[in-house]
Design a protein around this ligand. Structure first.
Ligand code: SAM
Ligand code: SF4
Length: 335
């Protein structure tokens, strides 16, 4: 089988080894979070979506070439009908060539799928939860029901999955909920990662109005919680703090106030089968076309080509009336 052929490690033009692939399995979503999408989003026509087989072959090629961690994301990964088959197939590599298969989800469908995800080999999930307040949740997501997500988190725990909460810090919207969210995470035994809103894709609002620097958030949290820096790196964008005396780790993803690109070990595959080597740039290679035209050798060549031009860093800025850093939304590249 093609996926068993080994290949040379994935090293970019700045000597960074790629060990982490994020796969956006769909650009569609059942929510419309205000900072992520416009209310009337246009999604890709189904004909443009890579098949499960294509996504699996491409992902397995990355695994054969040294990727140790795969995250399935979206859009909302659990709205794609065949995502569980993909999860099961990739899950077979866990404990062998793959250290971890994981997923980022909005949690609305977790009650139905948590057990199957655990059976497939997933051990940890990121669940996005910007507030536990039902009315505010409905406002931020434009129509979501927070009870469904909270129940999904319970289902995930029942299935033995470890849950990390992702929360985008939004000025004037959920900023008063950040400390209570951390307290809740401590009580429930979840880790919490806070994220600065990033200028990805056009939305119906000006992101400047909602931008809340995490430097300020951290100062506020320290009035209530004792935090100790945890220097253990993940090669990812988050910096971590232990909440003293608890099992909870606080992660801060601050692309605007603290650039994290030097140790970047990741690339992103879209649901169309395109490879983006940086969240903040438009360069991409069509890996599905390469695979269709020339099989694994052409796929390898396209991956090499993409890695050679992986940018050194993103250049995010949030400025009033400025165009987004890139036109595509986080839901296309997989957050
Ligand atoms: N639908 C799933 C979810 O919400 O978890 C997975 C995809 S979503 C794009 C992944 C993560 O990106 C979520 O935690 C979401 O809050 C975050 N996100 C989306 N748009 C963002 C933006 N413009 N800036 C910062 N974070 C964003
Ligand atoms: Fe959907 Fe996730 Fe974007 Fe919210 S953040 S609209 S749940 S993709």
């Amino acid at each position: 089988m093609t996926e068993n052929r080994t290949g040379s490690p994935l090293i970019d033009g700045f000597g960074r080894t790629i060990r982490y692939l994020r796969v956006s399995v769909t650009d569609r979503c059942d929510l419309r979070c205000r900072y992520c999408m416009a209310e009337h989003m246009t999604f890709l026509p189904r004909a443009k979506i890579a098949t499960l087989e294509e996504l699996a072959i491409i992902t397995e090629r990355f695994i054969a070439r040294g990727v140790r961690k795969v995250r399935l994301s979206g859009g909302e990964p659990l709205v794609r009908r065949d995502v569980l088959q993909l999860t099961e197939r990739l899950g077979r590599h866990v404990g062998h060539a793959l250290d971890e298969l994981t997923m980022t989800t909005n949690g609305t469908r977790l009650r139905d799928h948590a057990a199957a995800l655990a059976d497939a080999g997933i051990r940890r999930l990121n669940v996005s939860l910007d507030t536990r307040d039902p009315a505010l949740f409905r406002h931020i997501t434009r129509h979501g029901d927070v009870a469904q997500v909270l129940d999904g988190i319970v289902a995930a725990r029942e299935a033995g999955l470890q849950v990390k909460i992702n929360m985008v810090a939004l000025k004037g919207l959920n900023e008063d909920e950040i400390a209570p969210m951390l307290a809740w995470c401590v009580a429930e035994g979840h880790d919490l990662t806070l994220i600065e809103t990033m200028p990805l894709g056009a939305i119906d609002e000006d992101r400047t109005d909602r931008f809340l620097p995490l430097t300020l958030v951290k100062e506020r949290l320290e009035q209530r919680f004792a935090l100790t820096r945890d220097a253990a790196g993940t090669g990812g964008p988050a910096r971590y703090w232990q909440v003293n005396g608890t099992a909870t780790r606080l992660g801060l993803i601050s692309p605007l106030t603290a650039n994290f690109c030097d140790g970047c070990n990741r690339v992103r595959l879209t649901t169309e089968g395109r490879l983006y080597t940086c969240l903040g740039h438009d360069d991409q290679r069509d890996l599905r076309a390469a695979l269709r035209d020339g099989g694994i050798d052409a796929l390898d060549a396209a991956i090499e080509d993409a890695l050679r031009t992986k940018p050194r860093r993103h250049d995010f800025r949030i400025e009033r009336n400025a165009a987004p850093a890139v036109a595509r939304h986080m839901s296309v590249t997989g957050g």
